[in-house]
Design a protein around this ligand. Structure first.
Ligand code: 8NA
Ligand code: MG
Ligand code: MG
Length: 345
C-alpha cells in the first residue's frame, strides 16, 4: 500500500488487538511448542466457534483509552487520558493488569489529584515502573500524529502517566517509532529500518534521566540501543533458534525485554520460515512466531501485531481470526477515525 494509507492504519490497530486476544492463551507460559501455537490458531478457523470468544486484556483496554482520548480531544490531553485509564480500570479490573500499575490506576481516579504524573512517580520506591505497560498502548500515538517529534513526545508523556522510569517510557517511544516508520513503508528496507531506530534511540537514550536510570539498574549505557544492535545481529543470521532469541532479547514484562523482541519478531517474519505454514502470510507468521517465544505473549504479540499490521495492511488480517477477537471490529472503525485525524493535523 501507499505510505500512511487507510489500510495500514486499520491493519495496525486490528492486528494489535489480535495479538493481545490470541496471545492471552499463552501469557506467562515458559515453553510454547510451535505445534501448540499452530493448533491454537487453527482452532480460530472453526466456523462453530462463537464470535468474540477471545477476550482482550489490559493491553487493548488501555489502547482503547488512548484511541478514544486522542479522537475526542483531537490530540493529547493528559487529564482526559488519565481519567479514562482510571475509569476503564474501575469498570473492568479483571483484564490482567500488572500488579504494580493497579495502585496508579486507583490513585488516578481521585478527584483531588492535581499532578496526574505523580502516582506513576511514586511507584517502586520512587524509581517508577519499567514494565511494558506504556509500550503496549503506544501504537495510537503513531496513528494520530504525522510528525516523528510529536509521536516521540506524546508516546513518552502518555506512558509517563503510569511508567516514570525511563526504561518504561522509552520502550513506548521505541514502539511508537516502529509503528510510525512501518506506516511509511520503511519495512520494505529492513536494514535501514533497524538502523534508523538505532539512530533515533541513540538520541533518546542520551538524555540525562535515561543515562542515570540505566546506571542505577546496572544496564548498558544505552540499553535499548544495545538490544537493537542484538536485533540487527540476529536478523543478519540465517538460522536463529527460539532459545537464542529469548536469551538475547528476552520475553518478559519489562519494556527492555519485550519491545526489541517484538520488533525482531516482525523483521524475522518478513520472509517465509520452514517451521511456519506455507499458507501463512507475513502477518500470520509474525503473530504465530511471537506466541512461540512464550513469556509475555499477549503483549509481545500485541506490539508486533501493531508494527506488522501497519506494514501489511488490513487485507493481511485473516477474517476468521478477527471474528474471534473481542474489540477487533471497534479497532477497525477507530483506525479509520485516526486516519482522518492524522491527515488533518
Ligand atoms: P507494572 O507497572 O505493574 O509492571 C509490571 C511488573 O514489572 C511489576 O509488577 C513488577 O513486577 C515489575 N517492575 C516494573 N518496574 C519495576 C521496578 N522499578 N522495580 C522492580 N520491579 C518492577 O505493570 P505494566 O502495566 O507495566 O505491566 C504490563 C504487563 O502486565 C503486560 O504484560 C500485561 O499483559 C500484564 N500482565 C502480564 C503478565 C505476565 O505474566 N507476563 C501477567 C499478567 C498481566
Ligand atoms: Mg495483557
Ligand atoms: Mg502481557
Amino acid at each position: 500500500g501507499t505510505p500512511a494509507s487507510m489500510s495500514r492504519f486499520r491493519g495496525a490497530l486490528v492486528a494489535a488487538v489480535l495479538g493481545d486476544c490470541v496471545g492471552g492463551e499463552f501469557e506467562g507460559a515458559e515453553e510454547v511448542p510451535m505445534e501448540t501455537v499452530l493448533q491454537h490458531l487453527n482452532g480460530l478457523e472453526d466456523e462453530t466457534k462463537g464470535n468474540c470468544v477471545l477476550e482482550y486484556s489490559d493491553d487493548t483496554a488501555m489502547t482503547r483509552c488512548v484511541v478514544q482520548s486522542l479522537l475526542n480531544r483531537s490530540g493529547y490531553d493528559q487529564q482526559d487520558l488519565a481519567r479514562r485509564f482510571a475509569k476503564e480500570y474501575s469498570a473492568s479490573p479483571g483484564r490482567g493488569y500488572g500488579s504494580g500499575v493497579i495502585q496508579v490506576l486507583k490513585k488516578l481516579a481521585s478527584p483531588q489529584l492535581v499532578d496526574v504524573y505523580q502516582p506513576a512517580r511514586d511507584q517502586f520506591n520512587g524509581r517508577g515502573s519499567f514494565g511494558n505497560g506504556g509500550a503496549m498502548r503506544a501504537a495510537p500515538f503513531a496513528l494520530a500524529f504525522p510528525n516523528l517529534p510529536d509521536v516521540k513526545r506524546f508516546a513518552c508523556l502518555g506512558a509517563m502517566l503510569t511508567h516514570s522510569c525511563s526504561l518504561g517510557y522509552n520502550g513506548a517511544v521505541l514502539q511508537a517509532m516502529a509503528v510510525h516508520l512501518s506506516l511509511q513503508g520503511a519495512l520494505c528496507l529492513p536494514q535501514q529500518f533497524i538502523s534508523r531506530l538505532i539512530t533515533e534511540m541513540e538520541e533518546v537514550e542520551g538524555e540525562e534521566e535515561a543515562l542515570r536510570d540505566a546506571r542505577i539498574l546496572k544496564e548498558a549505557e544505552k540499553p535499548f540501543c544495545e538490544r537493537l544492535h542484538r536485533v540487527r545481529d540476529l536478523m543478519d543470521r540465517n538460522k536463529v533458534s527460539i532459545e537464542e532469541v529469548i536469551s538475547e532479547l528476552g520475553n518478559g514484562i519489562a519494556a527492555l525485554h519485550s519491545v526489541p523482541t517484538a520488533i525482531f519478531c516482525v523483521l524475522h517474519c518478513l520472509q517465509p520460515r520452514d517451521y511456519l505454514p506455507e499458507s501463512y502470510g507475513g502477518l500470520e507468521r509474525t503473530i504465530a512466531y511471537s506466541l512461540a517465544l512464550g513469556g509475555d505473549t499477549d503483549t509481545i504479540a500485541c506490539m508486533a501485531g501493531a508494527i506488522a499490521g501497519a506494514h501489511y495492511g488490513v487485507e493481511a488480517v485473516p477474517q476468521r481470526w478477527m471474528r474471534c477477537c473481542e474489540g477487533a471490529e471497534d479497532a477497525d472503525m477507530n483506525a479509520a477515525r485516526l486516519h482522518a485525524l492524522y491527515h488533518q493535523t
